[in-house]
Design a protein around this ligand. Structure first.
Ligand SMILES: *Cc1c(COP(=O)(O)O)cnc(C)c1O
Length: 384
């Protein structure tokens, strides 16, 4: 059916009509007073979302641009960094840091498992020479549906004294609590097509005072992603280059909706959807991929033993117009992922579980009693 596609993937995520309509107007001049007003307002809204009084800068690009900017503006040639890797995105930041010639020490965990904060504590404590300049980790590892313990890792970075804490919060910001200042995070990267309820196209980098201090000495090459330029402009309610103006209209509208809902309620909604998706899958005998207790509030990865996850995912799309995400790399065909990030309501999660259950029934692969997934999902939604 036309125009019925429901996105249940971890980005791009569904966009509210109000946000789409906000974009549907002529662009305005990016050096105009009207645009300055929008930059001023969205800057305050972004600080609210990040729970910081520091700078949150807007770049035209995807989430990776935000992380690249965050890394290359605070580090220098040959610096040593400690990088957490327990999935596709952790792997990406290792590659990115190596592309800039950084000396990368990797702390790995198996896919599906969370990073061990103790491994970070030990490595940081052993670094008496203070060679480690930054710790780079992915808060919500979207590829595996695992949430890492950023708070504890950030506290170990703080104890180190000089290393910076750089976090990919692309699928945690706007899904669960990420109090930047309280946790002492120095750089946070995120992207508009995830928890922001917006189309892709804007990337956000939040910087602490410590990050700006490091920025002064950073000698890695940069031009378009030179955050000092963005900061200078932001303080004049502007942007150094032509920004994606219509996406700014969307940003203002989306953040206004988020502020009306309130952070606590947004986090509770995501926690409820995680519980409901997990309960639904367990009730129909589909094992979760993420280790128990480590499920991301944005995405539930499912490893249906003995079932071709890709075939199931395609059937759900064809029959029900619900797009689920597949497994990445070696997980292709073995894992499917239910995105419940951003503009997602109880009905969406209940429907996704029902569609998965109906598809299994149709394929003759349903193991439990009929309707067990929907019942468990509904019960979890009622509790939350
Ligand atoms: C989506 C995502 C990104 C950014 O990917 P882009 O395609 O560059 O927007 C980064 N980290 C995580 C964990 C993500 O889920």
């Amino acid at each position: 059916m036309q125009d019925k596609l429901s996105l249940m993937i971890p980005g791009p995520t569904p966009v509210p009509e109000r946000v789409l309509l906000a974009m549907g107007r002529h662009p305005i001049g990016h050096r105009s007073a009207d645009f300055q007003k929008i930059v001023k307002r969205t800057t305050q809204q972004l600080q609210w979302l990040h729970q910081t009084k520091g700078d949150v800068l807007v770049i035209t690009g995807s989430g990776t641009a935000a992380m690249e900017a965050g890394i290359i503006n605070v580090l220098s040639k040959g610096n040593t960094v400690l990088c957490g890797d327990n999935g596709k995105f952790g792997e990406r930041w290792v590659k990115l840091a190596r592309a800039y010639g950084l000396n990368v020490q990797v702390i790995q965990a198996e896919w599906g498992q969370p990073l061990d904060p103790e491994a970070f504590r030990a490595a940081l404590e052993a670094d008496t020479a203070k060679a480690i300049k930054a710790v780079i980790i992915t808060h919500s590892e979207t590829s595996t549906g695992v949430i890492n313990d950023l708070q504890t890792i950030a506290s170990h970075v703080k104890d180190h004294g000089t290393a910076l804490c750089i976090a990919d919060c692309v699928t945690s910001l706007g899904a669960c609590n990420v109090p930047m200042e309280d946790w002492g995070i120095d750089v946070i990267g995120s992207g508009s097509q995830k928890g922001y309820m917006m189309p892709p196209g804007l990337a956000f980098v939040a910087m602490s005072d410590r990050a700006w201090e490091a920025c002064k000495h950073s000698d890695l090459p940069k031009f378009y992603l030179d955050l000092a330029k963005y900061r200078k402009s932001a303080h004049a309610d502007s942007n150094p280059f032509t920004p994606a103006i219509n996406l700014y209209f969307a940003l203002e509208a989306a953040l206004e909706m988020m502020q009306a809902e309130g952070l606590e309620k947004i986090f509770a909604r995501h926690a409820r959807h995680r519980a409901a998706a997990q309960a639904g899958m367990k009730a129909i005998g589909l094992p979760l991929y993420a280790a128990e207790g480590c499920g991301s509030p944005a995405i539930t990865a499912v490893a249906p033993e003995g079932i071709d996850a890709e075939a199931m995912r395609k059937a759900v799309k064809e029959k029900f117009d619900i797009l689920l995400a597949g497994g990445q790399d070696h997980l292709k065909g073995k894992v499917f992922r239910i995105g419940h990030l951003g503009f997602v309501c109880d009905r969406d999660v209940l429907t996704a579980v029902a569609a998965i259950e109906a598809t299994l029934q149709d394929l003759g692969l349903h193991k439990g009693s009929a309707g067990a997934g929907v019942a468990a999902c509904a019960a979890a939604l009622a509790q939350g």
